[in-house]
Design a protein around this ligand. Structure first.
Ligand code: BGC
Ligand code: BGC
Length: 845
């Protein structure tokens, strides 16, 4: 039991918690559980309730919600509550998601709120939709909530959405740099203006609540949500919190907020950025003092600024899930920090408390949760919660407190007033004025890490080669939480008002008398004066973005190959790196004359050109002002590198960033990553002509194999030929735990060319330790003969064929019973679920 002996003065505090930690159910991914599928406890008594984390309120900073309580409004709330039925009160505590709730459902389940999760669309749309569709959806739900019918108290709905970098789920909205870039801008006033613009665009679509700002203080950059945090420094996060809240909600202290503002949600309370190993939804094992000082830093200023809601976090603190932690949610947040708004849960987050499921969790409400985010579980959660209030499992006083807090926010937002001057003003969504703010933010977020030989700024009249597919990829420059949950599947057409980095460079070069020519692979006919190479991470969000080391492109240095090719041709190379976090890029830095950390700059790519391209003499027009808000690692194992640490030894320290006129003199950097990414590699199997460690191949007897050229690389593929006898080809390596990947809709992408159609049977399998059933691939491999193509095979198809995705024995096994020829140039796990299929043509789950 005494596992946490390194805790110093907090040991006593946690002694009790440890007992509870043991009860924590293996943190299974309950997000995909559908109502009814998970077994609900028979009664609340039988639920296993975790031990509370005892806390010492005096160790925490004090705060006071500004302007949320005034006597006149409280009296109105009392009056309204007197008219409400118990059903209506309980309904206020429940929030359903647009993916499953319809306006007419409000007639039997009177929920207090709806949300649009990351990939949830407005009514009548399967996904990406324009502003008008959102306005219509808001109106349709309001119409039912406010209709007069017998026994119904009309109460307006709160409608929440992840407007975390602009109103990013709406086609045409302006998309700002993600918070990692705003941290580099070190400009609270800019953050305030960005939040004001966001509020206006949200209000214009009829939505009244943004799930922002994220006040996480990420400490381990392997965490896939690092980019949602402004900085690893609690001070920087604290300095932004009030600005972000005031921008969204307007100046604190008014009885009713001004039009064009919406409610904010400071998230995720508490310790989301401190999980062990940077694992999303994991366990934060820090002392109470550090929980308050580091992870809590942004909350007192946000509360003082009147933030109306706080979102509970998925993470645990020493094994106790935050959604069930009464000490933290009630004693600290509502007590010590004087928070008078309400606590909303995260996506079925209550269901992760031991003994709870998404459809049943009295414990969360008793711990201090006021509104449960119950995207698909709202109906049953409502029924169960109502029964638990009736039988006293949840005290009525607790319900009344929660309802009061929620109604307080509704009054404060002016939702009971008929006038909604901003609703329907879709002309404001993505307006020129809004985009100008984003362009400014992009320019201010760029951090110049290296500049040698006067590579930057580029002269206005130069002939520039723009290389790297990312230069013209809206999805990559906007990142996760953009039009889809993970930011995948986005195309140029989804951003009618935006500009790619390439487009910005082309416009700027043309205006200055120079030129910008695009070549994704960096090839050219006329030697350019300089190459600007844009490359970086593919979009990701929660879970899918978690890494095991900080090495960029381990095992497949495709971007580096472009840099080296240009360098070898004597072309000065300017790298523009798109990423959600600092990464180990020493080889790429060595191969660049200048290197710009551009983070996830958003929809206004022109902001990059503003800074990179100077005047005709090569003098900066807009100088670099960005400074690192996260420390940059020297080796790929400096995961948890944070300013102020003992023995702090970064490559570029917190606060580093050159001016355009400043030359750096970086020595050649070590290209030893310091940690072997292949030890952790479970996603990349074959790339650039070779099996990637720790994977190799096993060729069954009778399969001839040879290296051949792929579509775009010499010796880039392996050619397999079955002579006629049944035989099996397999990629072999360590066992892989793929259940999370399966739940997250990932797939196995294979780039291949069929050289000879199968004469007999052919199957593809992803065997586990529990089964090796193959899926018929004959139709797949009998088509498109002689053509290079990529197919994305959904992991869910394999999971259906064999149980045990927790122990996958091989990522790819191909068995043919007769003659067959296939060449493979790439095999890897990918996140983008767009266009995935099953090998046998059956439907993807
Ligand atoms: C995320 C939150 C988000 C919510 C609604 C959760 O999975 O953790 O940050 O606000 O979903 O989309
Ligand atoms: C996200 C939602 C998203 C959903 C998809 C959640 O974790 O927060 O925004 O739509 O997962 O399953």
């Amino acid at each position: 039991m005494k596992r946490f002996i390194a805790l110093g003065d907090s040991v006593a505090v946690f002694a009790l918690v440890v007992a509870g930690a043991g009860l924590l159910a293996a943190c299974s991914d309950q997000k995909t559980a559908t109502p009814g599928e998970a077994k609900a406890p028979e009664s609340a008594e039988s639920a296993t309730i975790p031990a509370e984390s005892p806390v010492n309120p005096a160790a925490w900073p004090e705060a006071r919600s500004k302007g949320l309580i005034d006597a006149a409004t409280e009296a109105k709330i009392t009056e309204l509550m007197a008219a409400m039925s118990l059903e209506e009160k309980v309904g206020q505590l429940i929030q359903g998601d647009l993916s499953t709730i319809r306006p007419e459902d409000l007639r039997d389940v009177p929920v207090g709120s709806i949300l649009a999760g990351g990939s949830s669309a407005p009514l009548g749309y399967p996904d990406r939709a324009p502003a008008e569709a959102w306005v219509e959806t808001a109106k349709a739900f309001r119409a039912v909530a406010m209709e007069s019918r017998d026994g119904h108290t009309a109460i307006p709905l709160l409608f929440g959405i992840d407007a975390v970098h602009g109103h990013g789920n709406v086609v045409g909205a302006v998309v700002f740099p993600h918070n990692v870039g705003l941290g580099a801008a070190n400009d609270p006033d800019l953050v305030k203006r960005i939040s004001e613009v966001t509020a206006i665009e949200v209000a214009a679509t009829g939505i009244n609540w943004a799930f922002a700002p994220t006040l996480a203080v990420p400490q381990d950059d392997r965490w896939g949500r690092t980019y949602e945090g402004y900085s690893e420094s609690p001070d920087l996060v604290a300095s932004y919190a009030a600005a972000a809240v005031e921008g969204l909600q307007g100046k604190a202290g008014e009885i009713r907020i001004q039009d064009g503002h919406v409610a904010g949600s400071a998230k995720h309370f508490l310790g989301d950025g401190g999980t062990e190993g940077g694992i999303d939804q994991g366990d934060t094992k820090v002392s109470e003092a550090d929980l308050a000082r580091i992870h809590g830093a942004g909350y007192p200023p946000a509360i003082d600024a009147g933030v109306m809601t706080v979102m509970a976090s998925y993470n645990s603190w020493y094994g106790v899930k935050m959604h069930g932690n009464r000490s933290v949610l009630t004693d600290i947040l509502k007590g010590r920090m004087g928070f008078d708004g309400f606590v909303v849960g995260d996506w079925n987050g209550h269901g992760q408390i031991p003994g709870c499921v998404p459809t049943n969790c009295p414990h969360a409400f008793n711990a201090g949760l006021d509104m449960a985010m119950a995207p698909d579980s709202w109906r049953e959660l409502y029924a169960n919660t109502l029964a638990q209030v009736k039988d006293g499992t949840i005290p009525l006083a607790r319900v009344e407190d929660a309802v009061r807090r929620i109604l307080r926010v509704k009054f404060h937002l002016g939702l009971f007033d008929p006038a909604r001057p901003f609703e329907g003003r879709t002309d404001l969504v993505g307006s020129a004025a809004h985009r100008a703010v984003a362009r400014e933010a992009t320019a201010k977020s760029l951090v110049l890490l290296k500049n040698e030989g006067g590579a930057l700024p580029v002269k206005a009249g130069a002939n520039v080669l723009v290389a790297g597919a990312a230069a013209n990829d809206m999805g990559q420059q906007t990142g996760g939480w953009t039009l889809s949950w993970q930011g995948d599947g986005n195309s140029r057409a989804d951003f009618p008002n935006g500009q790619t980095i390439l487009e910005g460079l082309q416009q700027t070069m043309a205006a200055g008398g120079g030129s910008a020519t695009f070549s994704a692979d960096g090839s050219f006919t006329d030697k350019p004066d300089v190459a600007i190479v844009v490359f970086g991470e593919q979009p990701y969000a929660e879970m899918r973005g978690d890494l095991r080391t900080l090495e960029f492109e381990p095992g497949d240095k495709a971007s580096l190959a472009i840099l080296k090719k240009l360098k070898a041709a004597g072309v000065p190379v300017v790298s523009v790196f798109l990423s959600g976090r600092p990464m180990w890029v020493n080889p790429e830095l060595n191969a660049s004359d200048a290197f710009v950390a551009a983070w996830l700059p958003g929809s206004e790519g022109g902001g990059v050109a503003d800074v990179l391209i100077g005047d005709k003499d090569g003098k900066a027009r807009t100088d670099f002002t960005g400074k690192l808000s996260y420390s940059w690692p020297k080796s790929a194992d400096q995961f948890a590198l944070n300013v102020g640490q003992e023995g702090y030894d970064p490559l570029f320290a917190f606060g580093y960033g050159l001016k355009a006129g400043e030359a750096s003199s970086l020595p050649m950097l070590s290209e030893e990553p310091g940690i072997d990414a292949s030890d952790f590699n479970r996603t990349l199997f074959f790339a650039r002509g070779a099996f990637v460690k720790p994977y190799s191949a096993s060729y069954g007897e009778g399969i001839a194999h040879a290296h051949i050229d792929s579509a775009n690389m010499q010796e880039g593929a392996v050619k397999l030929e079955w002579g006629g006898a049944p035989a099996t080809f397999a990629i072999t390596g360590p066992e892989m735990e793929m259940s999370r990947e399966t739940n997250a809709d990932m797939s196995l992408a294979v780039t291949y060319r069929v050289d000879a159609a199968p004469e007999g049977e052919v199957s593809i399998a992803m065997p586990t330790t529990l089964g090796d059933t193959g899926l018929d691939a004959k139709p797949l491999f009998s088509a498109n003969i002689g053509e290079w193509r990529t197919v994305k095979l959904s992991l869910s198809c394999f999971a259906r064929a064999n149980p045990g995705m927790q122990q996958v024995a091989s990522p790819l096994v191909i068995t043919a019973s007769g003659a067959f020829g296939i060449s493979i140039s790439d095999a890897r796990i990918v996140t983008d679920p767009e266009g995935t299929v099953c090998p046998d043509g059956s439907a993807v789950d």
